[in-house]
Ligand binder design. Structure first.
Ligand SMILES: [Zn+2]
Length: 256
């Protein structure tokens, strides 16, 4: 476990596969806890390459149920089972998806109630803090899936378009993870955050840089990078902070 708070990029890619990037996955580590945000394809391999240990993960938080954020979850859970984990694991995900994800795991012959460790699936709630050892994590509902709201998942079951961004506080540090968003308006809560880990697919970078300056962000880490992505190079639109394009394995100390 880390001595300071760090954010490790396990998957810097997005919905379009890239040979050198896993899809979305990030590990927040503090001396007290270890939290995996999103678990897309390739995240487990990246987790192992980063020298992480399954036992140390206390909590998994899934921002929304697009495949590039959740399709590695069942495989990751399978690894915890095979590693003979004993400690309870909390898995937070959109409340609308809890029952469906449990069914999908059972379809894969992963019967979590028979695991040697308790798995608690908990629905995320807008603005309701997630209990974590020493860190505060607040989900903020965003508009990434709003356009798909109300489409039927199955007979009589409509989705509600749940997708979240996250505001976090650890000691004096305040930072945020965007997940996938619908527009930069979703991230207004980031004002005053030191670091913003932000997806780069559903936004325009010049607008991001201008907004980040007005929010007094000091460091932008660009995530969710699809093939052919152009970071904009030196064009940072007046943003006076640091811009860091993510790579798999990158460790970002949160206190600097
Ligand atoms: Zn995505």
């Amino acid at each position: 476990m880390s001595r300071t708070a760090t954010w490790t990029i396990l998957g810097s890619g997005g919905g379009e596969a890239a040979p050198d990037r896993a899809s979305s996955g990030h590990l927040l580590e503090t001396p007290e806890t270890s939290i995996l945000f999103d678990c897309g394809d390739g995240v487990t391999g990246s987790f192992l390459r980063s020298g992480k240990r399954y036992e140390e993960v206390d909590t998994i938080i899934v921002s929304h149920t697009h495949p590039d954020h959740i399709c590695g979850l069942s495989f990751f859970l399978q690894q915890l089972y095979l590693a003979r984990r004993l400690r309870e694991l909390a898995v937070y995900l959109p409340a609308e998806a809890v029952a469906g994800v449990r069914s999908a795991l059972a379809l894969q012959y992963l019967f979590v109630e028979r695991f040697g460790f308790p798995v608690r699936f908990i629905g995320l709630k807008d603005n309701q803090s997630i209990p974590c050892n020493g860190a505060s994590i607040i989900p903020h509902l965003n508009t990434h899936l709003t356009a798909h709201r109300g489409q039927p998942w199955a007979a009589g079951v409509e989705n509600t378009g749940e997708s979240y961004s996250f505001e976090m506080v650890y000691r004096t540090l305040r930072f945020a993870y965007s997940g996938d968003i619908g527009s930069l308006d979703d991230l207004e809560f980031c004002a005053g955050c030191r670091s913003l880990f932000v997806e780069s697919t559903h936004i325009r970078l010049p607008e991001l840089y201008a907004r980040a300056e007005s929010w007094r962000i000091r460091r932008l880490v660009l995530l969710h990078i699809c093939p052919g992505f152009d970071t904009g190079g030196e064009v940072t639109g007046g943003f006076s902070g640091e811009v860091l394009p993510a790579e798999d394995g990158l460790v970002v100390p949160l206190d600097r």
